[in-house]
Design a protein around this ligand. Structure first.
Ligand SMILES: *Cc1c(COP(=O)(O)O)cnc(C)c1O
Length: 427
């Protein structure tokens, strides 16, 4: 028999999981414990000194969390992963591992709003400085790199409008300058895009969205691609210099192509502390088992809804990468031939008031500030998430008065369209 590499759907169900060694339980147990008993004093010493792998304390590692980590690493094609409490916690730990005070990184301007706040405001208090670039113009990343630049950060499928970014072009720029490319793959998931195949070095996720997929648990993950040389430039001392608290261990030379994931765990998670709960890890794992089925249905429904909206005379425009006429369609075909994702925006001819009335008129859609639930979700950014901005700022952010954003769910598409139709009649 020849060895087979399991396919994506098989990995989504099985990767990282075995029947429980103690009980035979087939589903991954929720190891709801804070701490783990050592075999003896030498075992304890080896664990604390990083000479042996094992569970010490759930802030740093837990068996339920470990299955989630192995599963996501397998789906992304990475060498190792670290699960944490939220997508924002994942980003915090990645930059804590990379940045020193006074340094900078280049990030795409089109990002999840929470990431724009985290990078632009909170990171300032650590003296870490973001420089914004235009994801449609890779040269705008390169022109801002200097000797204090440590990384480039993009979303594979960018918020808020759902546009694919040319990952390979931006990876080339990062690598020409000896920098790692970090890709937030939340909106696409590895079912649609596998950033490591296009040159990413680190992938982060909010598992809260499509990965968990049911709108019931917060979580985040960092995946190590194992591709980046953290010692070549001397610019990443957490990885390339001896760690005093671990008896002088040098993480990169000791752990090789999964040293970044180890550094995030034994320095970032250990000291900053945003551990994921075993219960959330269990719910997210359960969600991931159906990721391929859900994502395909999300994409198929979204395309049908986008086509229907485009043909409706109350709608002025629809931006969905899956439409053949869309400006982003070529990049969608290159990076995500299975589909354009589930999140997109469209414009109502009636402007601000029509937008409010439309959102209020929907019955099955939930009006809330989230994406990636099984349920269909809607938001009118100008009256909610972007209401504090002046109208010209709203327009620049893709959140003008007429803009409505959908996260299309996995319900029957005829019911989704019927709900949109009755709400449009009232708007
Ligand atoms: C939601 C989201 C985040 C933040 O994740 P949380 O789990 O809410 O902390 C980061 N990036 C993207 C693209 C997101 O949609």
């Amino acid at each position: 028999m020849t060895a087979r590499n399991p396919g994506f759907s098989t990995l989504a169900v099985h990767a990282g999981a075995q029947p429980d060694a103690a009980t035979g339980a087939r589903a991954t147990p929720i190891y709801q414990t804070t701490s783990f008993v050592f075999n003896d004093a030498d075992h304890a010493a080896a664990l604390f000194g990083l000479q042996a792998f094992g569970n010490i304390y759930t802030r740093i590692m837990n068996p339920t969390q470990a299955v989630l980590e192995e599963r996501v690493a397998a789906l992304e094609g990475g060498t190792a992963a670290l699960a944490v409490a939220s997508g924002h916690a994942a980003q915090m730990i990645v930059f804590h591992t990379i940045m020193r005070p006074g340094e900078n990184f280049i990030a795409a301007r089109r990002l999840y709003g929470g990431s724009i706040n985290q990078f632009g405001h909170s990171f300032q208090s650590f003296d870490w400085h973001v420089r914004w670039a235009d994801p449609e113009d890779p040269a705008s990343f390169e022109s801002q790199i200097d000797d204090k630049t440590k990384a480039i950060f993009i979303e594979s499928l960018a918020n808020p409008g759902g546009t694919f970014v040319d990952i390979a072009a931006i990876a080339d720029i990062a690598h020409r300058h000896g920098l790692p490319l970090i890709v937030d793959n939340t909106m696409a998931t590895p079912y649609l895009v596998r950033p490591f195949e296009h040159g990413a070095d680190v992938v982060v996720h909010s598992l809260t969205k499509f990965m968990g997929g049911h709108g019931n648990s917060m979580g985040g993950v960092i995946v190590d691609g194992g591709t980046f040389d953290w010692s070549a430039s001397g610019k990443y001392p957490f990885l390339s210099e001896p760690r005093p608290e671990y008896g002088g261990v040098v993480l990169h030379s000791t752990f090789g192509n999964f040293a970044f994931a180890i550094a995030c765990r034994v320095l970032g998670l250990r000291d900053l502390g945003p551990a994921i709960s075993p219960f959330n890890a269990f719910l997210l794992l359960t969600g991931i088992e159906t990721l391929p089925l859900r994502m395909q249905r999300h994409c198929d429904n979204a395309l049908a809804v986008a086509r229907w909206l485009k043909a409706n005379d109350k709608i002025s425009w629809v931006n969905y990468s899956g439409l053949e006429s869309d400006a982003n369609h070529a990049l969608q075909q290159k990076y995500a031939p299975r589909g354009g994702g589930a999140v997109f925006t469209f414009g109502l001819k009636g402007g601000y008031e029509a937008g409010k009335r439309f959102v209020e008129g929907l019955q099955m859609f939930s009006h809330l500030a989230n994406i990636g639930d099984t349920r269909s979700l809607v938001i009118h950014p100008a009256s909610t998430t972007h209401r504090q901005l002046a109208e010209e700022q709203q327009v620049a952010a893709g959140a003008g008065p007429d803009v409505v954003r959908l996260s299309v769910g996995i319900e029957d598409v005829a019911d989704i369209i019927a709900d949109l139709e009755q709400a449009l009649a009232k708007s």
